[in-house]
Design a binder for this molecule. Structure first.
Ligand SMILES: Nc1ncnc2c1ncn2[C@@H]1O[C@H](COP(=O)(O)OP(=O)(O)OP(=O)(O)O)[C@@H](O)[C@H]1O
Length: 572
């Protein structure tokens, strides 16, 4: 096993007491069924010898008690094994989620959310299932098989040797058969993954598909993929049934041989009838452990692959190193970019180059440029979601690479146009699950951003679970979040979607308030926003092609910014 997988397994290791309880439960679950045939033997031999009904009834009752105790031990084992596995895997899941959240955007850019969910949940569940099954089936089955063989060897070594040979043959045959079944099972899983992939993608785009009349094509495609899954499943079932029938025949033949052996020893006078019945029962007992063991081979492979992937994820390291120096704790933060260049990791294209600009504390910058010119990328550098590949970004005079990440998140805020609202209360959506300030503070902030009437109309006020929030309201909630966080530098990616004039006015009012006494970088999509900024930078293909004070650029007849205003019919 690779070393990473062993370190993952270490996370799953239980404490000594639960482990001891599990070992005891497994031992009981194995020993009790092993004792049952001994009681049957006693019953048969005593019955043949003419024992009283009372005596035989007592033996039968003992058998019953043993059977009940055996089942109870198995239930306790199952419960303990699942608890241990889930405790361990929950620790692993938590560790993975924390680790993944701590990795930087370069990592998350390479891995889709679906992939991360599969890693943090799917792989962990595969491992948990395997750990439970390993304890329940593999350990218990091996112990049971070993117990049966030892007992039968003790009764008659020749029959023991025959049973051992039979077990080896069956084991070999079942492992081969399992390998035959793997390709058809893999085909069926692949077809199922394709169907779910298609469903997920098409359901996510249901609105666009319907609006563009692509429904019929989607349904046809769904039928095709579904038909492929059907064929793969039928084929898999056929292979499975054939193998099952073959295994049953092999077990029946083995049982018949063991019975014949028992009958032979019986007639040769070495064994009693009770012992013959005992051997017969033990022979029947080997079937279930074998079936369980073989079944585990598949799960073992899935778990091993899962462990390797989990280990790989835990081995991922942040590429951004954390600094230790705090940003100035209060007041607006100045911002300067000095010869900044940037290319996304694993991408040769230079997205930004030679960016130099300065904002004094409290000043605002409007970033303008065609789509793809690098505005969002520049904002990401200011938020230190990435480090520049050339040059320096400074806030409050401090190179962001040296800044303590907690103070950076507290002092530099962002309002994006894709506002993420969570299926939680309005309060939690405002505070992002941090300990909330008093209700009055939250209500005042909501009133300030123009959501006072909206709040008054909510059935449970701040405790209302958010659903069906409009784009404009979502934007205003995002402003409220930013007010609560009270940063000294705000990056604002303006909503480019059309909002009704009343909402637009409310949003502009909020922007004005948010920028008061704060430094701001606005990715401006509306010309009206440009009227409030102190400076303008026009980006084109990652370079600043125009930069200066807004008033100067507006007054310059040849400036691009001036032409932009003229084109839109806005007075300079
Ligand atoms: N995560 C990423 N990985 C690789 N390349 C990226 C990534 N994000 C953006 N780019 C590329 O960087 C360039 C600049 O993109 P960016 O999103 O910064 O532009 P923008 O001016 O904000 O565009 P828009 O106005 O459409 O939001 C584009 O060529 C884009 O394809």
């Amino acid at each position: 096993m690779p070393p990473r997988s062993t370190s993952v397994l270490r996370l799953l290791r239980p404490g000594p007491r639960p482990a001891a309880a599990l070992v005891a439960a497994i031992a009981a679950a194995t020993a009790l069924p092993l004792a049952a045939p001994q009681i049957t033997r006693r019953f048969v031999d005593d019955a043949v010898a003419g024992a009283s009904t009372r005596h035989l009834t007592l033996i039968a009752l003992a058998y019953l008690a043993l059977a009940v105790a055996g089942q109870a031990a198995r239930m306790v084992t199952a419960w303990l094994a699942s608890r241990l596995a889930w405790d361990g895997t929950n620790r692993l899941r938590e560790r993975l989620a924390r680790h993944a959240l701590g990795l930087d955007l370069a990592f998350h850019g390479r891995h889709t959310p679906g992939e991360m969910i599969e890693r943090v949940d799917g792989d962990v569940v595969a491992v948990a299932d395997f750990v439970v099954a390993f304890l329940m089936d593999v350990v218990a089955s091996v112990l049971l098989l070993a117990g049966v063989l030892v007992i039968v060897f003790g009764v008659d070594w020749r029959i023991g040797a025959a049973l051992l040979a039979y077990c080896l043959l069956i084991g070999f045959g079942m492992a081969r058969a399992q390998r035959l079944a793997v390709p058809s099972a893999a085909r069926s899983r692949a077809a199922s993954a394709r169907l779910f992939g298609l469903l997920e993608e098409r359901l996510a785009g249901a609105e666009d598909l319907r609006a563009n009349g692509a429904g019929e094509h989607t349904v046809r495609r769904f039928h095709q993929v579904n038909a492929r899954l059907y064929r793969a499943e039928v084929n898999d079932a056929r292979v499975g049934t054939t193998l099952l029938a073959g295994t049953s025949v092999a077990f029946a033949a083995g049982t018949a041989i063991m019975l014949a052996l028992a009958a032979w020893t019986l007639t040769s006078g070495t064994l009693t009838i009770g012992t013959a019945v005992l051997i017969f029962q033990y022979t029947l007992m080997v079937r279930t452990p074998f079936e369980r063991l073989i079944d585990q081979i598949r799960q073992y492979q899935a778990a091993l692959a899962g462990l390797a992937r989990i280990g790989g994820l835990l081995a991922e390291r942040r590429t951004l190193t954390d600094g230790t120096r705090p940003l100035p704790g209060t007041g607006p933060l100045g911002l300067s970019l000095d010869g900044v260049g940037f290319a996304y990791p694993d991408d040769d294209e230079q997205v930004l180059s030679g960016i130099t600009l300065t904002l004094a504390p409290g000043e605002t910058l409007g970033l303008v440029g065609r789509t793809g010119s690098g505005k969002t990328t520049l904002a990401r550098l200011v938020l230190r979601l990435y480090d520049p590949t050339e040059g320096v970004v400074r806030a409050g005079g401090l190179d962001l690479r040296q800044a303590d990440p907690a103070s950076l998140r507290r002092r530099i805020g962002v309002v994006t146009q894709d506002v993420q609202l969570f299926g939680a209360s309005l309060r939690d959506n405002l505070t992002l699950f941090r300990p909330p300030p008093d209700n009055e503070v939250l209500e005042e902030v909501l009133r300030d951003v123009g959501l006072g009437d909206w709040l008054a109309g909510l059935p449970d006020g701040l405790d209302t679970r958010l659903a069906g929030v409009s784009a404009g309201e979502a934007q205003l909630i995002a402003f409220a979040r930013a007010f609560l966080a009270d940063p000294g530098l705000v990056v604002l990616d303006e909503a480019s979607s059309r909002l009704d004039p009343a909402t637009e006015r409310r949003i502009e009012h909020s922007i004005d308030r948010l920028l008061r006494n704060r430094t701001g970088v606005i990715i401006a999509h509306r010309l009206s926003s440009l009227s409030r900024v102190d400076k303008i930078a026009v980006l084109d293909q990652g370079k600043i092609i125009e930069y200066g004070r807004r008033a100067d650029l507006a007054a310059d007849p040849g400036s691009r910014f001036g032409r932009l205003l003229d084109l839109a019919g806005v007075s300079r």
